[in-house]
Write a new protein. Structure first.
Length: 351
């Protein structure tokens, strides 16, 4: 079987968005993913039949590893990101087909930011230099995003089409598992009756992704119609407290119990981070609060209409390099707005 090596060098939520592509690819290719260690650990937990190869943060070490892949002219590599560095690794691997998106303004995320524009020009210079020195382009099958603002998932679909298949978006995306709920959750849910369960996950990789008003929201929810609410307390972040008998705070450092919580929920509220994509991958209704990121690119699958974001900051998306006196993109998302979106989502009925 022809080998396909996918270079996914970004973050955890991005890796979850790759799952429909990877699932479908594995039926046609001997598929593996080259990724950073945290992503490797995640993919080992939520995928089956896909090889996982960890890669270091050093680009020199990455180049050595790419050469050791030992791919042939019959094999293929792919990358969904417009990144000449990753495409250089694809070239070093020896693969005969190298499918991806060249570094053009239309393919590149947030090219209008000054520092991003400098990286774009540097990447274009690298591509041109590599072409000149090696006598050929980094990519054998260059693609162009149909729209600069299209979803990242649509780019995965384009990548799949170039390789001769269609991504498998059938839910759930994550391999079936039966993890146990964290201690005390089952008893809490039994005490709440048969109504919808709201799961709140306030975590995020960076401050520009973490909405600051979750505690105020919990106080507001406690004063309204009773809703069974489970709040995940991310390790190392500011502690939240429950505000009544219908709220329970749990700490879940491991992936398995977190997935079990998602499975038990009706609606999930979270920031633009890994939990939003995990919940969507399980087919849940997800209300996502966006700060520094672009919803058009990264809204969780099937939940674009439930995204909450404001356009108050003209520098958004800032790729987590906020230039404002405070994180106004998140501060401008009011408790009223989030409560309203939650109320309408919870009223949608059973899944």
């Amino acid at each position: 079987m022809t080998r396909l090596v996918v270079f996914e060098l970004h973050h955890l939520g991005d890796a979850v968005m790759a799952l429909p592509f990877l699932r479908a690819a594995s039926s046609l290719y001997e598929t593996s993913v080259v990724c950073r260690p945290p992503v490797a650990a995640l993919l080992r937990e939520i995928t089956r039949g896909i090889g996982i190869q960890e890669i270091s943060e050093s680009w020199g070490t990455r180049a050595t590893m790419a050469r050791k892949l030992g791919l042939s002219t019959e094999d293929a590599t792919a990358c969904v990101w417009a990144d000449s560095r990753a495409q250089g690794l694809m070239r070093l691997s020896g693969a005969g087909r190298r499918v991806g998106f060249p570094m053009t303004r239309e393919n590149y995320y947030a090219p209008d930011l000054p520092w991003r524009n400098r990286r774009l020009r540097a990447g274009q210079f690298l591509s041109a230099t590599a072409h000149l020195l090696s006598g050929g382009p980094l990519l054998t099958d260059p693609l162009q995003r149909r729209s600069p603002s299209q979803s990242h998932l649509e780019s995965w679909t384009q990548l799949a089409a170039a390789l001769g298949f269609v991504p498998n978006f059938d839910l759930p995306w994550i391999s079936s598992r039966s993890p146990s709920l964290p201690g005390g959750v089952e008893a809490f849910l039994r005490s709440q009756g048969d109504g919808p369960v709201l799961l709140i996950h306030p975590g995020g990789r960076l401050p520009t992704k973490r909405w600051p008003y979750f505690q105020a929201l919990l106080e507001r929810l406690a004063s309204g119609a009773p809703v069974a609410t489970v709040i995940v307390q991310p390790p190392g972040e500011e502690a939240l407290r429950s505000c009544g008998d219908h709220q329970l705070v749990v700490t879940t450092p491991d992936l398995g119990p977190l997935l079990a919580l998602f499975q038990a929920s009706h609606t999930v509220l979270c920031n633009d981070s890994l939990p939003s994509h995990l919940a969507a991958a399980l087919g849940k209704r997800v209300v996502t609060i966006f700060g520094s990121g672009a919803p058009a690119w990264f809204a969780p699958y099937g939940n674009a209409s439930r995204v909450i974001a404001t356009d108050i900051c003209r520098f958004r998306p800032c790729i987590d390099r906020c230039v404002m006196p405070s994180i106004v993109c998140l501060e401008s998302v009011t408790v009223d707005l989030v409560e309203s979106r939650l109320t309408s989502t919870l009223a949608e009925g059973n899944l």
